[in-house]
Design a protein around this ligand. Structure first.
Ligand SMILES: NC(=O)c1ccc[n+]([C@@H]2O[C@H](COP(=O)([O-])OP(=O)(O)OC[C@H]3O[C@@H](n4cnc5c(N)ncnc54)[C@H](O)[C@@H]3O)[C@@H](O)[C@H]2O)c1
Length: 435
């Protein structure tokens, strides 16, 4: 394929070399004459393992050239990959001016081009950039998105220092777009790699890189705080984290990585608090660990605000224990929600098939007696009438039987989902806590 690559920095230079090696004809574009000149002499613009060889080989084969003229590059290629920088502004936003400048340049060039052109945004950009990019091209080219051109989002995941290796060994290739032919063309560039190609929504493709990098940053900060605590206690943190990583069921796994409601129960809050206090006792600040609790509390408040926003007083809560299938009410975030609602004068009816008041014992009973002393007045044993008699239904547990109660729920002012019940999502009165 004939491909132009805008931006000859870390991402662009690696893409030039690797795509040329895979048999494509590449024209690099940069505003820097210095970088263009380097490529036109068969030299890389960056220092990276193996990049010298692949740029030189591509240049000697005649598959690599570069120019400062965007128009020339667009006219002589079918697809343009945008790899220009997206640095932060002083107030923390992204500076997308380089990105949008290339949209103007490509738009102007497309005025004089007959054939369909595919643009691929490889730079890291905020959700909504793809749409605006298309609007700018439409304005400058006079062509319609989807007819004369398409804009596809395809984030780059490589790391500097192992960029060429990472280019050839991605964990996954992500493609988001609204034009099947254009997305297929982009996918064909990566079929030679041993990695799944995931076609997804444009905005998902745009935000994923931020989510990945934020999680990587969180992992580093978390491990460093563990290191600090272990060091103070003369424990080997490498032994600890090596063991931590051996648990691929709950630790290094998809477990707990789904948006949902706040955590609770008798273990997570207690043990997190214990670790933060251990750090504190050793004169250590552990801001990442300490803020987890605040984040959880914020999320809990969000559920109350969601109920409050519906402007109704009669609330049915389906599920009270900290998770489905148990009667453990200790530190259940749903008990907290019920307590807040009752305290603020809402009429709350609670149904939980696993909670039987007469069978609660020990710490479980003591906890609920303290938080919800009049729980018996709120408990219903009939889910159908609990739903029918109230205006807002809050669903706490994933095992909710949506099919059976769907007809009743349709009539309610609002369904507030804290558990993600797929079967209710398309109802107009449905709202998820964070989706
Ligand atoms: N560096 C990485 O490890 C990495 C990894 C993945 C994704 N990314 C993302 O990829 C993007 C590029 O990063 P980078 O590190 O390669 O940036 P970079 O600063 O190394 O290179 C950007 C290049 O774009 C050029 N440029 C600016 N405006 C241009 C225009 N109108 N036309 C042509 N060229 C233009 C600049 O002169 C520069 O050479 C960023 O969004 C970055 O966040 C970077």
């Amino acid at each position: 394929m004939k491909i132009s690559i805008f931006g000859l920095g870390y991402v662009g230079c690696v893409s030039v070399g690797c795509l040329a090696k895979n048999g494509h004809e590449i024209i690099g574009v940069d505003v820097s004459e210095f970088k263009v000149d380097l490529i036109n002499r068969g030299l890389p613009t960056i220092q990276e393992k193996d990049i010298d060889n692949i740029i030189r080989e591509g240049y000697e084969k005649g598959s690599i050239s570069a120019t400062t003229c965007a128009e020339e590059a667009v006219h002589n290629t079918d697809l343009s990959i945008i790899c220009v920088g997206t640095p932060p502004t002083a107030n923390g936003h992204l500076n997308l001016s380089y990105i949008y400048k290339t949209a103007e340049q490509i738009g102007k060039a497309l005025r004089e081009k007959e054939s369909f052109h595919t643009v691929v945004i490889r730079s890291t950009v905020m959700p909504g950039t793809n749409k605006k990019y298309g609007e700018i091209i439409e304005e400058f080219s006079g062509k319609k998105r989807g007819v004369g051109f398409s804009v596809v989002s395809n984030p780059e995941f490589l790391r500097e220092g192992s960029a060429v290796h990472d280019y050839y060994h991605p964990a996954v290739t992500v493609i988001g777009g609204d034009h099947t032919g254009a997305m297929e063309k982009v996918a064909s560039l990566y079929r030679c790699l041993d990695a799944p190609i995931e076609i997804t929504d444009v905005k998902v493709a745009e935000i994923i890189k931020y989510i990945n990098n934020s999680f990587h940053a969180l992992k580093i900060a978390f491990s460093n705080e563990v290191g600090n605590i272990c060091k103070a206690l003369h424990i080997d943190p490498f032994k600890v984290m090596d063991l931590f990583c051996k648990d691929t069921r709950l630790n290094i796994s998809p477990a707990y990585l789904k948006p949902g409601f706040a955590y609770g129960g008798s273990c997570l809050p207690k043990d997190l608090k214990g670790l933060v206090t251990l750090g504190h006792d050793n004169y250590l600040d552990t801001p990442v660990l300490a803020m987890i609790h605040s984040s959880n509390e914020q999320h809990q408040k969000k559920a109350f605000e969601l109920v409050h926003s519906k402007g109704k007083k009669n609330i049915c809560m389906v599920g009270l224990s900290f998770k489905e299938g148990t009667d453990d009410l200790r530190y259940s975030p749903y008990v907290e929600l019920a307590e807040t609602l009752i305290g603020k004068g809402y009429r709350v009816t609670i149904y939980d098939e696993y909670v039987c008041l007469s069978k609660l014992v020990g710490a479980n009973k003591a906890y609920v007696n303290e938080r919800l002393p009049h729980l018996s007045e709120h408990i219903s044993n009939n889910l159908e009438s609990a739903i029918a008699d109230n205006e807002v239904v809050v669903i706490s547990h994933r095992n909710f039987d949506a099919k059976t109660y769907r007809h009743l729920l349709k009539e309610k002012t609002a369904i507030i989902d804290l558990a993600r019940i797929h079967d209710l999502e398309e109802l107009p009165n449905y709202e998820g806590i964070c989706w």
